[in-house]
Write a protein that binds this ligand. Structure first.
Ligand SMILES: [Zn+2]
Length: 236
């Protein structure tokens, strides 16, 4: 089932790899079908150099229960993404990337400036900075070792679920005031020291917006050297 959507997802993975927007350290793609199923890249996809087959794309219901897929569960961030799909019916796709220049800003805890005309539509990209480090949450969760089963399409690691769970309300703070924008373009945010996320109407828009953000981050970063050089020459 969902052949056209799976083909689109595999094609978008190839386009992102060619543009160096996906790497072996992470990232994920997901989309919502017309009957409200969620297609997500499988976990371990990045570590397997994105060599994934059509049958490995995981199909979930909106609550994270497995409809189709195997042998892998959905990407680790699936609990957060299904949360977004449930709360925002206008969202049809979510793309997540650890692309380099965006990650530079995210690691510094800085917003990514809109440095080009092409990025003006998305505006400044906010950095979402959880108060508690992932490592602390994972350590506590492992100590408490909850045995209650998670929805069958998610990674069954409770500590991964716990990290995702606390991000939902933080995402709401970014998306709720701006949700009218989703009728025209995606909304992007970065996660401190982690990467960027775009929520959008459809998958091609989400991945295209990732590229816009990354280009803007790259230009802003490189421009800062140019500007500091010209300041120096002005002073001499
Ligand atoms: Zn990631």
């Amino acid at each position: 089932m969902y052949d056209a959507e799976k083909t689109l997802m595999l094609d978008e993975i190839q386009r992102m790899l060619a543009a160096e927007l996906l790497d072996r350290l992470g990232g994920s793609l997901s989309l919502r079908t017309s009957d409200n199923r969620i297609l997500a890249t499988p976990n371990t996809a990045a570590f397997r150099r994105w060599r994934i087959t059509r049958d490995e794309i995981v199909v979930l219901d909106a609550d994270g229960e497995l409809i189709e897929g195997g042998p892998y569960k959905a990407a680790a961030a699936a609990p957060l993404f299904t949360y977004i799909y449930r709360r925002y019916p206008e969202v049809g796709a979510i793309a997540h990337s650890h692309c380099l220049y965006s990650l530079v800003y995210a690691s510094a805890g800085l917003p990514i400036p809109a440095a080009t005309v092409g990025s003006d539509i998305l505006g400044e990209i906010p950095c979402m900075r959880p108060e508690e480090p992932d490592l602390d949450i994972k350590t506590r969760e492992l100590q408490q070792a909850s045995t209650s089963p998670l929805p069958s399409g998610y990674s069954q690691r409770g500590e991964v679920y716990a990290v995702n769970e606390r991000l939902g309300p933080m995402v709401d703070k970014i998306l709720e005031p701006r949700r009218a924008e989703l009728k025209r373009h995606g909304i992007a945010y970065s996660i401190y020291r982690h990467g960027i996320v775009v929520v959008a109407r459809h998958l091609e828009e989400a991945t295209e917006n990732i590229e816009r953000v990354e280009t803007s981050a790259k230009v802003a970063y490189l421009k800062s050297f140019l500007e500091s050089d010209s300041t120096k020459s002005d002073l001499t």
